[in-house]
Design a protein around this ligand. Structure first.
Ligand code: ADP
Ligand code: MG
Length: 218
């Protein structure tokens, strides 16, 4: 029997950022822009396709909302799940691991991911996140997969040792620049743009590789 997973319909700015993506993306946006919605959409899409996803937030408490949202989106293909361990698997072979990075030098260590996402990245600990957690634990999870990175946050001042400041500004060779995507609009401001733009972007989204709804045979 076919199982249908329905992904959120992205708003025009989210679509634009998704279409402009590269292997490494830093998304610097205001509060309520829809960073969580975009992150959940990417995670659900990749897990549906049988990929391995690591979601990182500064505090453990911040894993609760994405965990619940993804459990709901992936309900039709849900495999094992455990809130305490921060784990959701799908019947299509996908895995989503949830990690907190504050006081956790081992976050992600020893794992392998096709997609790594860090949310509220400016609020991770400085300089531990950049020097220890990212370089020694998280980035190596992408070594064998050549995986994709999305780093989301509202900015928090100028500090080259801050993980998000680095992610969105560094030009050095050893720490290559992550292309930055920005938007000052909130979800509602975006939603208020003309109906025509909505129509166009919704169609682009439907026709794009990530799709709005996916079908899978069990
Ligand atoms: N594409 C979307 N479709 C419907 N609602 C959205 C979309 N993007 C964001 N929202 C809504 O806007 C609000 C803020 O989104 P959220 O992802 O929490 O923003 P952020 O993480 O940037 O603060 C939430 O109520 C969310 O449900
Ligand atoms: Mg958020």
């Amino acid at each position: 029997m076919a199982a249908i997973v329905t992904l959120p319909t992205l708003h025009p700015d989210q679509v634009r950022i998704f279409k402009d993506r590269t292997r490494r993306n830093a998304v610097r946006c205001g509060r309520r822009w829809g960073k969580d919605v975009l992150e959940n959409t990417l995670a659900a899409d990749r897990a549906t396709k049988g990929r391995k996803v690591g979601i990182f937030t500064p505090e453990h408490k911040q894993t609760a909302e994405p965990y619940s949202a993804l459990l709901q989106i992936l309900a039709p293909i849900r495999g094992r799940s455990n809130r305490t361990d921060g784990l959701i698997t799908t019947t299509t072979g996908g895995i989503i691991d949830f990690w907190s990075t504050n006081n956790n030098l081992l976050a992600g260590r020893g794992r392998e991911y096709d997609l790594v996402m860090v949310n509220e990245a400016a609020y991770t600990k400085t300089p531990e996140m950049l020097e220890e957690v990212w370089e020694k634990a998280i980035e190596p999870t992408l070594a064998t997969t050549n995986g994709e990175v999305w780093i989301f946050s509202t900015p928090k001042g100028i500090d080259p040792n801050n993980f998000f400041y680095w992610a969105s500004n560094s030009k050095s060779i050893t720490r290559p620049l992550l292309p930055i995507r920005t938007s000052k609009r909130t979800f509602w401001q975006s939603a208020k743009r003309s109906a025509r733009r909505w129509f166009i972007s919704r169609n682009i989204w439907r026709n794009s590789s990530i799709g709005r709804a996916k079908r899978f045979s069990r």
